[in-house]
Ligand binder design. Sequence first.
Ligand SMILES: *Cc1c(COP(=O)(O)O)cnc(C)c1O
Length: 358
Amino acid sequence: MEIKFEKRPVLKEKPQGPLGFGKYYTDYMFVTDYDEDQGGFHDARIIPFGPIEMDPASMVLHYAQETFEGLKAYKTDDGRILLFRPERNAARFANSNDRMSMPKVPEDMFVEAIEELVKIEKDWIPENEGESLYIRPYMFATEAQVGVHPAKSYKFMIILSPVGAYYPEGVNPIKIWVEDEYVRAAPGGTGFTKCGGNYAGSLKAQEKAEEQGYTQVLWLDGVNKKYVEEVGSMNVMFLIDGKIYTAPIEGTVLPGVTRDSMLNLLRDWGYEVHEEHLAIDDLMAAAKDGRLQEAFGTGTAAVISPIGELCYKGEKATINNFETGPLTQKLYDTLTGIQWGKLEDPFGWTREVVIEEA
Ligand SMILES: *Cc1c(COP(=O)(O)O)cnc(C)c1O
């Protein structure tokens, strides 16, 4: 892929102090257009970060053909730049696009675009403990037509945001609201995709949880509201009687890269892993009689979020005395150790972005 580079006259000031999450954006962004009648993707370019012009009839604004991804670039102590399993994000993006009747971005093009943008923005990768450069690829329908059909033109873009440690004071348990009214996904729906609409539809339950003093929502299956699926924008795992339980990937749950990585680690450490439907009633019972030892959400942003309390239909259960459990901590330390190049990478998960000397 040929990528045109348009330099900006003046670079931005790098932020000082806490970075937070998604507060700052870098100097440049990647953009490429897709037009069916021009043979597909064309005009790949890295241009100054800034507003884009859109036709008010752009189909994404009306029918929400939009998909996205999320991954990070990490700077190691010896100054190397690492990505974590980007080919997994590329494959998932292609699956999301396919479900939304959008053209797939070829997987090598997806990874190349990320690498080229990260190379240009290497000085934006923060270096303090736990900090990284969040990478947000996304694609949306730009065809100007108020009529429901798959659009014939799209933009595929990538923006970058330097982000802080998700837990500046270390990994801390959160309180989770088990949602029994609203649902996130149903069989045959779009639950396995990262499409914007999934998140718009989840906000109502999130607001409800926050009103009750809870940080995130635990979603139940959309048909029976009986089986545990995932937490907000994280997959969720439970350690019950020494065994790991997590929802299977069957179309309603997002196939998380963090989830897959942790399941690999857990199996490697000898844990019995059950990817199966776990009833919320059984989970609450296990919490009540102390068999639920640890519970945690997994995702790129936070890596791991220990769950200290569950509230389901007014019934509350505290997990592990509202403390981060030893397995949760070990998973966090191991995965972040591999991601930041501090630990050996036996699975070959990291991919170095090599900067050629000019
Ligand atoms: C992104 C996301 C996850 C986590 O996926 P990772 O690849 O681990 O970051 C889980 N659930 C939902 C709904 C998500 O959007």
